[in-house]
Design a protein around this ligand. Structure first.
Ligand code: URA
Length: 254
């Protein structure tokens, strides 16, 4: 990992601030002054110091959040509050510190975005590789959503979903999706892709309107039923590992 990324992941400094610090000769790696912010860190226990103070590495962090409506999956937004704001606010309202300070919060990446009006499972991490593994089309992880509709879908809808649909503006059909009937106007849909507004567009293609959309799971990770909307928790190590150990192309809807 580049030293500027390492520092911004583990401190309140942004990448730009780190570059300035490097230019000013204030950053050391293993007791040597760092001359280039793009320098790669190797080895397991790098000793990085800023202004002579050793930096304590937080390492990789992973959270699951039960996203309520009205929040965007972004690090900052001019209009709506973000899921990152939610993490910080939730902790403060309980009289605690944010799960990590503002710099580390900014380093969090959203693993597969949800629309502002969609609720449910959002994963956040500062581990770019893990994020990539979760979201890469090659991983083929199913994302399962509960969907409330304006009218009841039929078995013909189920068949069309499993065969793939040509969505407006696309050249290729969607990959097979699975539809499970829960109630008259409520279904569970499982998809492996993450096209823009995909679930809403798939239902629009068969003449249905989505009234509410809630993500229940991504690959092997399911939203913790104990989390109320707006609450979050760290992933358990076994959840983090379940993703890394999941064989590619063999995941199934939960
Ligand atoms: N599909 C959508 O249409 N919206 C989401 O938020 C997620 C999947």
């Amino acid at each position: 990992m580049r030293i500027d990324k390492f520092i911004s992941n583990n401190s309140e400094y942004s990448r730009t601030q780190v570059r300035r610090l490097v230019k000013a000769g204030r950053v050391e790696l293993n007791n040597e002054v760092v001359a280039d912010a793009s320098m790669k860190i190797t080895g397991n226990n790098p000793l990085v110091s800023i202004h002579g103070q050793p930096l304590e590495a937080v390492g990789d962090v992973y959270y699951m959040l039960n996203k309520p409506k009205g929040y965007v999956c972004a690090n900052s937004d001019g209009h709506y509050p973000t899921v990152i704001d939610l993490l910080a606010d939730h902790h403060r309202s309980k009289g605690g510190r944010a799960p990590c300070d503002s710099g580390r919060l900014n380093a969090l990446q959203v693993v597969g975005r949800l629309d502002v009006d969609t609720t449910g499972l959002v994963l956040l991490t500062n581990n770019g590789e893990w994020n990539h593994h979760m979201t890469s089309p090659k991983s083929n992880f199913f994302k399962c959503y509960q969907v409330s509709l304006n009218k009841a879908p039929t078995e013909a809808t189920q068949k069309l979903f499993s065969e793939g649909l040509l969505l407006e503006g696309e050249k290729k059909k969607t990959k097979p999706a699975y539809l499970e009937f829960i109630a008259t106007k409520k279904v569970r849909v499982s998809i492996t892709e993450g096209k823009y507004h995909q679930v809403k567009r798939m239902f629009a293609a068969v003449g249905c309107r989505v009234r509410a959309l809630h993500r229940e799971s991504i690959g092997p990770i399911r939203l913790d039923a104990q989390l109320h909307p707006g609450e979050y928790r760290e992933l358990y190590p076994c959840e983090v590992a379940s993703v890394e150990n999941s064989p590619l192309l063999t995941s199934e809807p939960l």
